[in-house]
Ligand binder design. Structure first.
Ligand code: NAD
Length: 260
């Protein structure tokens, strides 16, 4: 599997899972675009991977902003002459019980996860359809695209929603050779999860060690975290897959936490 000369836009790629996907794609020959809210971190990540800057680009992009997404994707298409892969990955987590979940937090969560996926998809599809060489759209879902946990109402709602969007993109995109799939990781130790451990410990009245062992990893087959590389290798497989046979799917990578 390689992505020689393909152009891949990865949102939220200044950190965590997205950053490692950018590395794996870069190592497989792709030109990579690190699109992130945090431009400084995006530039640092791009420079680390590709000091010459020949096969990389950092773009300031708040995925909830129609203007920033449109401008960012136009800049990518102008610089690299097309887009072959979109990984819609940017995301955050806010945990709270439903009865006290702030409406502003609910809207922020749905905006980043769902508006962000819609806006980046729409902008990239226009480029993919016009260039006529197909493409692959990958959404970063979660086991929470299939399963629920307490305290995560907005996250679970948004991550389930991505599966619906993916299936529509698969149906509409097929005529243009554009595939769409969702990756559903279990817990991965990124800054997003590090922040959650003490928050969940407080909300659930247990120790941080208990949160890891008895909440996050309890249902896995081996008590192990999923790694950024586990997710990135799946993202490579989906990006490089050669036909419409693999589209509209959601693939769970979670040490057996969720089995479908
Ligand atoms: P992370 O916090 O390490 O990285 C998230 C990145 O997204 C950051 O660089 C941040 O600046 C960026 N970002 C946040 N809001 C943005 C916005 N509005 N516009 C553009 N960029 C924005 O988190 P991560 O764990 O790597 O998470 C990446 C994705 O993976 C998220 O969608 C998350 O829900 C999903 N996911 C994570 C886990 C996990 O356990 N870490 C599990 C399943 C799914």
């Amino acid at each position: 599997m390689n992505l020689q000369d393909k152009v891949a836009v990865i949102t939220g790629a200044a950190s965590g899972i997205g950053k490692h996907i950018a590395k794996v794609y870069f190592d497989s020959g792709a030109r990579i675009v690190i699109a992130d809210l945090d431009l400084k971190a995006a530039e640092t990540a791009a420079r680390e991977l590709d000091p010459s800057g020949e096969r990389s680009m950092a773009v300031a992009m708040n995925v909830t902003s129609e203007e920033e997404v449109e401008a960012g994707i136009a800049a990518v298409a102008a610089r690299f002459g097309g887009i072959d892969v979109l990984v819609s990955n940017a995301g955050i987590q806010i945990v709270a019980p439903l009865e006290s979940f702030a409406f502003a937090d609910w809207k922020k969560m749905l905006a980043i996860h769902l508006d962000g996926a819609f806006l980046t998809t729409r902008a990239c599809l226009k480029v993919m359809y016009a260039q006529g060489r197909g493409g692959s759209v990958i959404y970063m879902g979660s086991v929470h695209s299939k399963e629920a946990s307490p305290l995560k109402s907005a996250y679970v709602t948004a991550k389930h929603g991505l599966i619906g969007l993916c299936k529509v993109v698969a149906k509409e995109g097929a005529a243009h050779g554009v595939r769409a799939n969702v990756i559903c990781p279990g817990f991965v130790r990124t800054p997003l999860v590090e922040k959650q451990i003490p928050e969940q410990a407080k909300a659930l009245g247990m120790s941080e060690a208990d949160v890891v062992k008895n909440v996050m990893l309890k249902e896995t087959v081996d008590g192990e975290f999923t790694t950024v590389d586990d997710v990135a290798q799946t993202a490579l497989f989906l990006a490089a897959f050669p036909s419409n046979a693999l589209t509209g799917q959601s693939i769970v990578v979670s040490h057996g936490w969720f089995m479908q």
